[in-house]
Write a protein that binds this ligand. Sequence first.
Ligand SMILES: [Zn+2]
Length: 409
Amino acid sequence: MLIEERFINYTKIDTTADARSKTCPSTPNQLIFADMLIYELKQIGVKDARKDGNGFVYGTVESNVDYKTDVIGLLAHMDTSDATSGKDIKARIIRDYDGKDILLSEGIYSTVSDYPFLKDLKGKDIIVTDGTTLLGADDKAGIAIIMDFIQYLYQNPEVKHGKIMVCFTPDEEIGTGILKIDLNEFVCDYAYTLDGGAVNNVTFENFNAASATLTFNGNSIHPGDAKNKMINATQLAIDFHNMLPVNQRPEFTEKREGFNHLLGIVGDCQQAKSSYIIRNHDLDLLHQQMHHFELITMHINEMFNRHVVELQLKETYHNMKECLTDKMFIVEQAKTAIEQLGYTVEYEPIRGGTDGAHLSFMGVATPNLGTGGRNFHGNHELAIIDEMKEMVKVLANIINIVVERGVKE
Ligand SMILES: [Zn+2]
């Protein structure tokens, strides 16, 4: 089966994750998709393909050399973002794309002025939507690449490789899935997630993350009698927000600049609540940002001489970089594998978290590789078939590097 056919089949199942769900996976279609993937793995030759009670799919490609090599894990996630619809996706292949504005459907275009990278895709085969749903290249392109790579290994038994563990995971988009992975089923020395963009992107840095939840206790009184008595809780929430540095709002930051993002304010005169996510690649800087929340809280409470503001701070995840400092060969061999195809590698720090970050802190160092997808989480999402095929070659190169480094026991 062609990689694009495989991928388009995957997009037909709506696997939108649901953050409100109490189950894992968060939506039942992820289980149906898991069964479909298990069937495909078995067809290819992965005899032990199976899923666990939380919907994780596991499978083993046994080594075909008689010496010891690193055991590598490969992961991609089955769910898609709920940022836009993932239902009734109408994936369409554009062969030999002309590099111009793309008419997705009546009145809906992906334009070169909105997405300048499009002009660089001239001559490539790409897959788009009809502009009313996401595509799901994030991360079904990753699954298609892994599946195609495994098929390549089974069809070419002369290709030497060590043991490879495969895992397709639920609920990456809501950040909770990976915590339920069974590391007795997924035993490897290190792993790679295929959940990024361009072929030349390798990621081993993500944000350190914290959250702040604030409660403002006001004093409500008829506005006509309010002088020197009313404390408007919602006004306090606004004042608090305005004391945070403006240049640390997400809309003014990029690359390695951290931010404090206001998720929302709800309230009335008597009580208000606001919540933030706090992000920085540098842990010391993250702690400074968190400390800033504490200082503002103290300041406002001193001003009123009572506890009008209550602050709850929580660190939620960390930058995986610290897990990789003494294992940089994992990143280096991916870099070499990509360079062997003629690319110049860019280390792109992710401005978010990844399953790989969680896994790294669970003991399996896991940098992230590209999938050939672009414009994730939106109706203009697309997949580049040529890049998906290139990623299959990247995996083949990595496996080759690993097998050549293997040692006779
Ligand atoms: Zn993803």
